[in-house]
Design a protein around this ligand. Sequence first.
Ligand code: BYC
Length: 482
Amino acid sequence: MTMAAVDYDGLIPNNVALGQDVRVKRALEKWHPGYINWWNDMGPEGFQEALVYLRTAIGVDPKGWAKFDYVRMPEYRWGVLLAPQHEGRKIPFGMHKGEDAWQEVPGEYRAMLRRLVVIQGDTEPASVEQQRHLGKTAPSLYDMRNLFQVNVEEGRHLWAMVYLLQKYFGADGREEAEALLQRRSGDADTPRMLGAFNEKTPDWLSFFMFTYFTDRDGKMQLEALAQSGFDPLSRTCRFMLTEEAHHMFVGETGVTRIIQRTCEAMKEAGIDDPHDIDKVRALGVIDLPTVQKKANMHFSLTLDLFGNEISTNAANAFHAGLKGRYREHRLDDDHQLEDSNYPVLRLINGQVQNEDAPALSALNMRLRDDYVADCNAGVNRWNKVIEQHGIPFAIKLPHVAFHRHIGEFSRTNADVDGNILSPAEWTKRRTDFLPSAADKDFIESLMQPQFETGKFASWIAPPKVGIDNKPGDFEYVKIADA
Ligand code: BYC
């Protein structure tokens, strides 16, 4: 294993010996001002001058890779960090399985690889844009700091992809790197590339659901790309996954703390029926059925990010050795899949049924199945909290056919149990499953800032432990210095 030291002397911290790579160094330095302009225009609104207690990567050793300190976000040291190179690494799957991993882009796969890198890169700034207004309604300084931590690291993930574009894709790569700064989440003319990244993240429950569900798609896709035979992509994604874990932690614990506060308030007020929504809302907390509706929305939007269940793109990327399966190295098969099948959920004669498909074509479906299993683990932990309070309610992930815009189920309307509904029934029952305008108004009414050190908004419990083991009254964001 070769572990290059991180060079912090130049404009761009890196462990890829940028100092000796004049062409790429210049290209990145040229891209830098545009990035800072984008960050100032589209990054967290209203807090660019605040001092935020942030984690910055200073190495890639899993033990001790980060340091914490107060930083103004535009001065964050966004860098290029790749996980250590494994000497003699082989391509782990596809038609080139067993050959030496590529250190340069294979010519025949250039376009396919560039598309994967660009799509991955596009999601990173998109999420920052989606979350840019949330600082103003943060339920505590702790949560505000976590939001900004996620934001700066998504910025770093953009850097990670831009490095690959600039280093390995010549003039096309430079153009793509520019275009990543031009597209805007939700813009009518120049939207971000994937559907879920053009949706709004209007409130903190949405933010926690997004970091739970959508960042978890990030984890699955990065795990699949970390298997890549193109070694620089693999190494980049491996290090990104180290940072990504915190984002999902923010989502999982955020929702847990909301559920906990709701359950506590219900118990204190002697309310046992979770469906007595008016009474629960009168306590200034979010009722559990509304938490369920938000989960339905974010889960279903995120499932669309896995693409079509049957996909030639996915088959080609695997066959070529560019994008593997979730934890490919732990799977016990031939890693080529030429002769195997995989069960795919399809709509057959109006019924949702499994049908075997060639495993290579079904790779999006397979990754989505792994994703659903991963999602369920955290949902079970949410339900433990509800159970501990003796409230008869459980959060349940909706059926994968529910509320879909991509793939097999995009042309039909299913309820949360996968029953197919007529268009009229769907319209009538839509707000039984997804947040209504009144639900949104209620959540919005709770989004009042709580910026006092150590205090939390009425609808969310404090965390069990602080970031970097800081005490409960730690000033995670110094707004006064803004
Ligand atoms: N919206 O053959 P198909 C993250 C397009 S999240 C719009 O099924 P494929 C993060 C598709 O592009 C992880 N269009 O596609 C999380 C294709 O169009 P073209 C991001 C869509 O390639 C939180 C056509 O439909 N990384 O990191 O098998 C915060 C045919 O589709 C959508 C990646 O996704 C959609 N949802 O699967 C921050 C990894 N879905 O090219 C960050 C890289 C499909 O024919 N991307 N289409 O015009 C991929 O691996 C694949 O491109 C996809 C799509 C899984 C996205």
